[in-house]
Design a protein. Sequence first.
Length: 460
Amino acid sequence: MKNERSQQKAEKNKPMKKTAKKSTALSSRAVAAQVILQVLDEGKSLSSLIPDVQVSLKTQDLPLLQEICFGVCRVLPRLEQIIQCLVDKPLKGKTRIVHCLLLVGLYQLLYMRVPPHAAVDEVVNATKTLKSDSFRGLVNGVLRRFLREQESILAQVDKYWQTLHPEWFVNKLKKAYPNWRDIINANNQKPPMWLRVNAQQNSVESYRTLLAESGILAETDLHPQALRLASPTTVQKLPYFSEGAVTVQDLSAQWAAALLEPQNDEWILDACAAPGGKTTHILELAPQANVIALDVEAHRLKRVEENLARLNQQAMVVCGDATQPDEWLAEIGKSAVQFDRILLDAPCSATGVIRRHPDIKWLRQETDITQLTALQKNILKALWAKLKPNGILLYATCSVLPEENDEQIRTFLSEHSDAELLPLPFEGNVNDDKSAVGFQFIPQENGGDGFYYAKLRKRS
Ligand SMILES: C[S@@+](CC[C@H](N)C(=O)[O-])C[C@H]1O[C@@H](n2cnc3c(N)ncnc32)[C@H](O)[C@@H]1O
């Protein structure tokens, strides 16, 4: 907080700069307000909206749009409280776009290195693009009043520590973790960028050298293929990215293929595969394996195809429902196949990756969790029937909620006497829970995302 305020003061004292790219920057702010409106009022995700709007922006404006949209979602309750201090009558209905523009303006003033008065001008001008010219005066007045009174407004808003998360989720965390505040704090940070080095092409050390030659610094980790970049960059700047030398993948997610231990010539199902981050990892470790990459969302499977092509790998990409394996196995003429290994990276609440997708906090509802756990249970049951005796099923989620993780697997074990739990090579389960059946990663500031793994073998 202190840093933000002193930075703010320093910015105020700088001479105002007129930016040469005024018109394009203006459109980024208007587009950001439109995107935020669709997240908050229509329940759409940033990852579905941003690829669609980015075509209407100049390439150089994309980082600004992303910073604003992700940033606003990260700190939304704080910005909302500031607006409450400054606007007498809530901006509802058709004027919600103006409310979202105020969120954009306040985010810029508080969190971005933009000269404050220039930022205000840009946001005020965006009212025109948004056909809300009549609110020009209001936006100008609110943002300038904030600049004048920010010390007292922030003293009021920041009187108590704010989780910046929905209450239902905080309550669930409190119930599950004595150190729940660590998870909240990690979720409120910007995530590090992790790379997975393609073991078929380079060692981690040799790729790290290639990065260094391009002026990109990276750290190694316990995971044999992982590198953490000192600061995030675009994939175009990564040496040999288009030749498949590396994949952008979080550290915790990189454990999936390693724990699955895929072998050449085996039949392997990646059951919820899109966009294919783990499918390609499986094939890096076992290039001759017979891999089926299944997903229920046809449009998401395009990304699997693209990733396979970039890495020059082959898999059977199948659109189908993991709860109905007989249907799609028959459709592809593989009814007789029983799998040696199954990766079930299950559809989940994604509460372990909030720092990467802060909109999850506002999109996810408590009632979703019950539906998701029911779906996970159905998929587990259906796929278990397709596993060979002695076969391995790795269950994974990017959730931190016990009902999707340890509780789910405990129930599964109690209902399947032919399921045997295998140990995982990690020490110190979260909460030091000796009765834990799987391993729960929680998000770490310079580490991986929140992730869960449990490894099961089918008794013969
Ligand atoms: C966590 S994401 C998978 C991420 C992927 N494994 C990766 O590493 O790139 C979960 C996926 O499950 C898919 N999904 C949801 N319900 C499904 C179902 N009934 N059958 C198959 N896939 C499903 C979603 O479309 C989504 O792509």
